[in-house]
Design a protein around this ligand. Structure first.
Ligand code: S3P
Length: 430
């Protein structure tokens, strides 16, 4: 069912919000907690649909997971060899992280399993994990020669490898590291730029021998993982919607609390500051080995900039809403090296160029990014989420400063990563 929403422009924005738990870290808390010996307690867990897909998959493999209260879980880990063959297909829903990381994990089990997902996930490329896993000896079949899900996986003994990934992708890196847990010896992954390093940090926290080095990471096979308590920090990818909201709305002042600032994730802060955005970090602290702060954001005069290179993987999920900031900045913004946006939940280059265009923005898509000429205002209109949570929320942020109402078609997808997004947006409308 398509839930459409009509949003009206605001006078200004005021107040504070607490950022919901990090999606990437929440997925990994279930995975690593399940493979550890003992009970792992998790707080701050994001109960979005994507993470619930991971949770249900591990329940289907015999893991007991108790939801104590919203965002609080207890996972009865059964050790590296404690998973059981699922009696049915595992449904990853919309979640690429679930499907790609589980491919690596399931490749080394002693059983057979099948992974599927929704219409969007079944269109996304899987060869990027299937091919390197095959060189480890994994037996994985999928549509179009293993490119598309459903994926059928016959678990088997794996060999360690040294892999040079052509893309900076934490999903590819993590799939190989997870398979590497089951291989004898040392598995190494190199990547062109450092992608998010949550798997490395968290596997270390759970007791694995993980050794990052410039350009890559090595993991030793067959560790004993031990249950650890963890607190999931807030998701900077969710926080960035409100940072951009505060920057583009005249007179706005917002406090965005509990933002995870892992340096492999904080590219959006660097980009928005380079555009002239006023973002003050307050109450800087550490939570379960991840840097966290509250961010005070004020309306700012933004300027267009050039974005490319190493910052791109550090801000990869934020480009839809960064393109909204660029559409309202003075001058031209050029985004390069971001071709990965074309294979996200939807083609985010095409989707943002088309939807921002409907609101009067001047956006030209390029093969690896966008060229955006900033305007003083956007106009109202009808846009679509393309079934992608981050496109829906980016359109909602653009609507705050449009000259008329904006109707967004198909907004239920925000449940995947940010279930209380609409509530928080309502809260800060002054
Ligand atoms: C993620 C990695 C990124 C990101 C996704 C979550 C992860 O994908 O876009 O939302 O949790 O590892 P890629 O690895 O494809 O860049």
């Amino acid at each position: 069912m398509s839930i459409d929403r009509t949003l009206h422009p605001v006078k200004t924005l005021r107040g504070e919000i607490v950022t919901p738990g990090d999606k990437s870290i929440s997925h990994r808390s279930i995975m690593f907690g399940s493979l550890a010996d003992g009970t792992t307690r998790v707080s701050g867990f994001l109960t979005g649909e994507d993470n619930l897909s991971t949770l249900k998959a591990f329940e289907a493999m015999g893991i007991t997971i108790r939801q104590l209260s919203r965002g609080e879980l207890e996972i009865e880990g059964r050790g590296l060899d404690g998973l059981q063959e699922p009696v049915d297909v595992l449904d990853c829903g919309n979640s690429g992280t679930t499907m790609r990381l589980m491919s690596g994990l399931l490749a080394g089990q002693k059983f057979f399993s099948v992974l599927t997902g929704d219409q969007y996930l079944r269109r996304r490329p899987m060869k990027r994990v299937v091919a390197p896993l095959a060189t480890m000896g994994a037996r994985i079949w999928g549509r179009r020669g293993g490119e598309l899900a459903p994926l059928a996986i016959q678990g088997t003994a794996l060999k360690s490898i040294s892999y040079d990934s052509p893309i900076a992708s934490a999903q590819v890196k993590s799939a190989i590291l997870l398979a590497g847990l089951y291989a004898e010896g040392e598995t190494t992954v190199r990547e062109p730029h450092l992608s998010r390093d949550h798997s490395e940090r968290m596997l270390t926290w759970f007791g694995a021998d993980v050794r990052p080095f410039p350009g890559g990471v090595t993991i030793s096979g067959r560790p004993r993982l031990v249950a650890r308590d963890m607190h999931v920090p807030g998701d900077i990818s969710s926080a960035t919607f409100f940072l951009v909201a505060g920057l583009i709305t005249p007179g706005a002042e917002l406090l965005v609390k509990n933002v995870g600032l892992n340096p492999t994730r904080s590219g959006a802060i660097d980009i928005l500051r380079a555009m002239g955005g006023q973002l003050d970090l307050l109450n800087e602290r550490e939570q379960s080995g991840e840097p966290v702060a509250d961010i005070l954001v004020r309306h700012s005069h933004l300027k267009g900039i050039e974005i490319g290179g190493e910052v791109v993987p550090r801000a990869i999920d934020e480009f839809p809403v960064l393109s909204v900031a660029a559409a309202l900045a003075e001058g031209m913004t050029i985004i390069r090296d971001a071709e990965e946006l074309r294979v996200k939940e939807t083609d985010r280059i095409a989707a943002m160029a088309s939807e921002l265009g409907k609101l009067g923005a001047d956006v030209t898509p390029t093969p690896d990014g966008m060229i955006i000429n900033g305007r003083e205002r956007l106009q109202g209109g009808d846009v679509s989420s393309h079934g992608d949570h981050r496109i829906a929320m980016s359109c909602a942020i653009a609507s705050l400063v449009a000259a008329g109402p904006v109707t967004i078609a198909d907004t239920a997808c925000t449940e995947t990563s940010f279930p209380n997004f609409w509530e928080l947006l309502e809260l800060i409308r002054a």
